[in-house]
Design a protein around this ligand. Structure first.
Ligand code: MV4
Length: 448
């Protein structure tokens, strides 16, 4: 097994990875920016290396600094966590050139899935159902008219280099097509320095359902059910749950099998997430993420596994311990993302944590890197913790979550904790009756 792993991340996910490494007897190296000198991941790791100033671009995104940190410490592998360099193919490639193992999929899989058109083409080739669309780039306005006519309005223009909703344009009718196509192109150029645009049928009220997959890189692959990530605001997920209250287990088994087959045929290595929109009992592939996701703990809860341990094992070349016939989800899990943010605008609320008390008891997992006296820096994203509950049924999980939120104390910064108490009181949420627009609609009704 690896003797030493460097974690190229910060916050709760750095701790998450360090915990598994410790349990496996692997030494850990933390990297940190000058703003994170007192961060918990630095204290928890066996060694630590300062990799630059506060700004991410000069520290957590600095490939040369991280390579140097690996060489100085003799790290054999790097876990990238999520965000930062986790889906950066050049990073994975340069690590490889230095004889350091990137804990994640191959450079070519990261590249393929990073281009949303290639990702769709690849998935379609493996019989994964996709949103009807342009089958590739929409090159010019003539092309746009032809595709829109074939697909039928409303259509959605997306950037091939995109994801996260940047540069997306909903086109309701033919008279708006030219303007919005040119806008989409120029926004994509500005954001990604790549103005490649494609087109899809716009689905009006879908749920966002993602399937967790895992492969050994040699053709063995499994799926680990779904996560319903429909509750989001401005493309930031707020709460995730599994199983989805809107999809039945038989449908999940079907789509899961299709996903595992695709992962097997492409010889994908490690953890991945295949994202779908789900409407009128149908799944439509939109994107694949080649990283471990923020919300992976709800999958770990219902399957009783450690995804980071599995990642490390396949990265080292040990035979995958997961097998589909032994993977049966149990109960219900929900994650709340605790952000240092002030409502109603969700504006970042960095500052000093005066008091932090984590909830405990049966079925509670609190993943966080804050502590009493910790100063939440203003430079990074505002996630300061994740509260995950697991119980036998959805209604018991809701009761457990409500209890845990009451126990949780975070003083000194504004947080999203009270938002979850309000969401739990809504009949639609209790009934599992929501789609990707529900949260924003409800939030805007609140303000009125
Ligand atoms: C869509 C869609 C409707 N129809 N594609 C938003 C971000 C990007 N990852 C994909 N997104 C969407 N793609 C088609 N063909 C609606 C969205 C979308 C969305 C998707 C998932 C979760 C929340 C969302 C919020 C608004 C729009």
């Amino acid at each position: 097994m690896f003797k030493k792993i460097l974690i190229a991340n910060r916050g709760e996910i750095a701790l998450r990875v360090i915990r598994t490494c410790k349990e496996m007897g692997i030494k850990t190296v933390a990297v940190y920016s000058q703003a994170d000198v007192n961060a918990m991941h630095v204290r928890m790791a066996d060694e630590s290396v300062c990799i630059g100033p506060a700004e991410s671009s000069k520290s957590y995104l600095s490939i040369p600094s991280i390579i140097s940190a690996c060489e100085i410490t003799g790290s054999e592998a790097v876990h990238p966590g999520y965000g930062f360099l986790s889906e950066n193919a050049s990073f994975a490639e340069i690590l490889g050139d230095h004889g350091i193992k990137f804990i994640g999929p191959s450079v070519s899989h990261i590249n393929t899935m990073g281009d949303k058109i290639n990702a769709k083409t690849q998935m379609e080739a493996f019989n994964v159902p996709c949103v009807p669309g342009s089958n590739g780039e929409v090159k010019d306005i003539d092309d746009a008219y032809i595709s829109a006519k074939k697909i039928g309005f409303p259509v959605l223009l997306k950037a091939a280099a995109g994801g996260g909703g940047i540069g997306m344009k909903i086109v309701q009718g033919i008279d708006q097509l030219e303007t919005l196509f040119l806008q989409a192109k120029s926004e994509a150029k500005k954001s990604f320095n790549d103005d490649t645009i494609y087109m899809e049928k716009y689905l009006e009220k879908p749920r966002h359902i993602e399937i967790q997959v895992f492969g050994d890189g040699k053709g063995k692959a499994v799926h680990l059910g779904e996560r319903d990530c429909s509750l989001q605001r401005r493309h930031q997920k707020v709460l995730e749950e599994t199983p989805s209250p809107g999809v039945n287990p038989r449908e999940i088994k079907n789509i899961g099998k299709i996903c595992a087959n695709a992962i097997s045929r492409m010889k994908y290595e490690g953890a991945g997430t295949i994202e779908f929109l789900y409407e009128n009992n149908e799944f439509f592939f939109i994107e694949m993420n080649t990283r471990l996701q923020v919300e992976h703990p709800i999958t770990e809860a219902v399957f009783g596994i450690d995804l980071v341990k599995e990642q490390i094992c396949v990265a080292y070349g040990i035979d995958m311990s997961l097998s589909q016939e032994h993977l049966e989800p149990k109960g219900h899990a929900i994650e709340c993302r605790i952000n240092a943010e002030k409502l109603p605008n969700f504006s970042p609320s960095p500052g000093n944590i005066k008091e932090f008390h984590s909830p405990g008891g049966i079925g509670i997992r609190m993943d966080s890197a804050i502590y009493n006296g910790f100063r939440v820096p203003p430079y990074y994203d505002s996630l300061i913790g994740k509260l995950i509950v697991h119980a036998d049924s959805r209604s018991m999980a809701l009761g457990r979550l409500s209890r845990a939120l009451d126990e949780l104390i975070i003083d000194g910064v504004y947080t999203t904790v009270d938002l979850f108490k309000d969401i739990l009181d809504q009949a639609d949420f209790k009934n599992g009756d929501y789609n990707i627009h529900w949260l924003e609609q409800w939030l805007s009704d609140q303000v009125k």
